[in-house]
Design a protein around this ligand. Structure first.
Ligand code: I6G
Length: 678
């Protein structure tokens, strides 16, 4: 084979591998094989520069930074879409179309076929292919004129430099959305922070900022992707007559289209599609801000035409905004069980992410400093899915003159004790310990909580009343409470009081693991408490254990061992434990559980969302019994994430880390297999 043929074959092979890797998400060969062929091609091209060609897979990153972006006129304007902000507006859109398509049909009962797809939160781009080769990429700009970002767009691996077609059209202009996947956005922002640079506010800004780089090498380092959704100019190609077939055509020639696209009949099915995608929004690997409904038949599209600068045959049905502006009215500081001070933003109520938000997290003192957020500022509030709303930025143009920088308190707002900043410089802590009412209340709330002593009816409000009225001072006092004491509490009826006394008595019968967890020893969560209980089998043995003995256990390092020892050394803690045991708190003797060597031994699980057939606690116990670990947070160390209904951000994180994700049915199967094989 001569050199030209070798080069041609290598390029063909590499394009194929690239397409499978970046577009189909289904790699054909290991990375090492791709790299080997790539280097082989690079070498041949260096030795024979006469064969160099701009559409070669080696030519993604151009060498010269630009001084500016040239303007590009779109021969066919890049229009925008009309929006529907709720179901009623979407139904009105459908009614209008049916009326226009069948004016004589009074009953208007027929259904329109729609092509439906998510609306990516990125930026619209036009790609121009001549004879199958990418010759120009441009931003939408004002729809008439955009900017030439060809050099930058060429660096996006999922965009083919040459279409995968033996007989490509003379001209094909394709339009779509360039976006940054959530995982890439997170990595990029971590890098920005590490390098002392400002993080991007959201993936859309990150994508736009990355495409507007004059140096294509910078864009090449950014994780961008593109989904194509429409065709602009065409010459030398007969296009199919439905939107869905056109998308299938784009796919067949190597362009990436969104895998969530569907064809449905009628507006009800469009709304069901929107609800379905909306429910999975947090676990999709990219940000979306709505869905787009397009009449599928091109003939019908042509009948419907355009209104002002938008096609009449399409609409973007937007999700409620996840970011809104509002005024920060105050910053309150809350004190947690371990004394950590958490600032909370009190906001002028604002509708965001589908709910009215009054409060948002400000994380810690360092975050307030980083944002330089001040009382009176107009702030940006972000609420995605079920996660706690947070303040993500300040609108400086709206800062009132009177706004002064926020001084984090140097004394605990509840007990007045000194506030110290921990070694990491991030967490501010009240030094008051059990002298601090807030810490005492929190530790009591923890003690009575479901996974600890599980005292039903002793909710947060009642705990606060009990402490404020002096009826209890620490958790040991709970078991001294009398029915008559409870009746003194505001709004405590006889029935509730007697039920609560029953629950308190019932809780005396517990397990060593629950008791240990309930004590609130710093760093001792449920899993560590269970490991300590199973290993040492008695409270006395745990209290007597040396640091070395404690550290023999999985999950117990020098810090945890030290916290355990320091806790039991405190006289006031011993007094509370004695009070509890004297009041009758007890647990069955533990027979050391025989080591079970199942295939789940040591595997780290995270459970998120609601399971329908078993409780999360039951799932956890079953996993622990088989030697698995169950963690509360997703990290690179997690092996498997179990995702139930309405999962939180843990599911997103698992997706972005590429972790194994299973549902409840798969968990049950795994548990059964592991149990059968023990
Ligand atoms: O801005 C847009 C986002 C998504 C679009 C669009 C789209 O389809 C999924 N389609 C058209 C036709 C236009 N803008 C003009």
């Amino acid at each position: 084979m001569n050199i030209a043929e070798q080069i041609k074959q290598l390029r063909h092979q590499l394009r194929e591998y690239n397409h499978h890797y970046y577009v189909l998400d289904n790699p054909l060969v290991p990375d090492a094989e791709y790299d080997r062929l790539f280097r082989q091609l690079l070498k041949l091209e260096q030795e024979h520069p006469e064969y160099l060609s701009a559409d070669s897979p080696t030519q993604r990153v151009g060498d010269k930074p630009l001084s500016h972006f040239e303007s590009v006129r779109h021969e066919i304007p890049m229009l925008s879409l009309a929006n529907a902000m709720d179901n009623e507006e979407a139904r009105a859109f459908d009614r209008r179309l049916r009326q226009k398509l069948e004016p004589a049909d009074d009953s208007n009962q027929f259904n329109i076929e729609y092509n439906v797809e998510p609306k990516l939160d990125g930026l619209a781009i036009s790609l121009l292919y001549e004879e199958g080769v990418l010759v120009r990429a441009a931003t939408r700009g004002d729809g008439e004129t955009g900017e030439d970002v060809t050099q930058n767009v060429r660096t996006i691996d999922s965009i083919p430099l040459r279409l995968l077609s033996e007989k490509p059209p003379v001209i094909l202009e394709v339009r779509g959305e360039v976006f940054m996947p959530k995982s890439g956005f997170e990595q990029l922002n971590n890098l920005q922070l590490q390098q002392g640079k400002k993080p991007f506010a959201n993936p859309r800004n990150a994508a736009a900022g990355s495409l507007r780089q004059l140096d294509p090498a910078v864009t090449a380092s950014r994780p961008l992707d593109m989904f194509c959704y429409a065709i602009g100019r065409v010459e030398g190609l007969e296009l199919p007559m439905t939107q869905s077939d056109r998308l299938a055509l784009l796919k067949s020639i190597g362009l990436k289209v969104c895998p969530e696209i569907d064809v449905v009949l009628g507006i009800d099915a469009c709304l069901a599609y929107k609800d379905n995608i909306g429910g999975r929004r947090n676990s999709l690997p990219y940000e979306i801000d709505g869905v787009v409904y397009k009449v599928n038949s091109i003939t019908q599209q042509e009948i419907l035409g355009f209104v002002s600068r938008a096609p009449r045959w399409a609409i973007a049905h937007k999700f409620p905004a996840q970011e809104e502006m509002t005024v920060l009215e105050a910053i309150d500081v809350q004190v947690g069980r371990t004394g950590a001070l958490t600032p909370v933003a009190r906001l002028k109520p604002v509708f965001v992410g589908g709910v009215t938000v009054n409060n948002a997290s400000l994380h810690n003192a360092a975050e307030i400093k980083r944002l330089d957020v001040r009382v009176g500022d107009t702030v940006i509030v972000h609420r995605a899915g079920d996660v706690i709303p947070k303040v993500t930025g300040v609108v400086l143009e709206r800062r009132p003159q009177s706004a002064v920088p926020y001084d984090f308190p140097e004394n605990c707002p509840v007990c007045g004790s000194d506030v110290v900043i921990d070694e990491g410089g991030v967490i501010a802590r009240c030094c008051g310990g059990l002298f601090c009412d807030a810490q005492r209340k929190q530790s009591i709330k923890h003690f009575v909580s479901r996974n600890a002593m599980d005292i039903d009816g002793l909710g947060d409000k009642v705990v606060e009343l009990l402490v404020d009225t002096g009826l209890i001072h620490d958790v040991g006092d709970i078991y001294r409470l009398q029915y008559d004491d409870l009746l003194k509490l505001d709004r405590m009826a006889e029935k509730s009081a007697s039920k609560l006394i029953g629950a308190i008595n019932h809780s005396k019968e517990t397990t060593l693991a629950r008791f240990l967890y309930a004590l609130g020893i710093p760093q001792v969560g449920e899993t560590t408490a269970r490991i300590l209980a199973n290993h040492f089998t008695s409270l006395d043995a745990i209290q007597a254990a040396s640091s070395e003995e404690l550290q023999l256990l999985e999950d117990v390092g020098p810090v945890v061992a030290n916290d355990v020892q320091v806790f039991f050394r405190q006289t006031h803690n011993q007094e509370v434990i004695d009070k509890l045991i004297n009041a009758g708190v007890h647990w069955p003797a533990i027979e050391r559980a025989p080591e079970q060597h199942s295939e789940l031994q040591g595997k780290v699980f995270v459970i998120t969302g609601t399971l329908s057939e078993m409780s999360r606690n039951d799932a956890k116990s079953a996993l622990l019994a088989l030697g698995a670990k169950v963690s509360g947070s997703v990290s690179a160390k997690t092996d498997i994430v179990v995702v139930g209904e309405n999962p939180g951000s843990k599911a997103d994180k698992a997706t972005s880390l590429g972790l194994e994700i299973i549902d409840e049915a798969q968990l049950k199967q795994i548990l059964k297999l592991a149990t059968d094989n023990v």
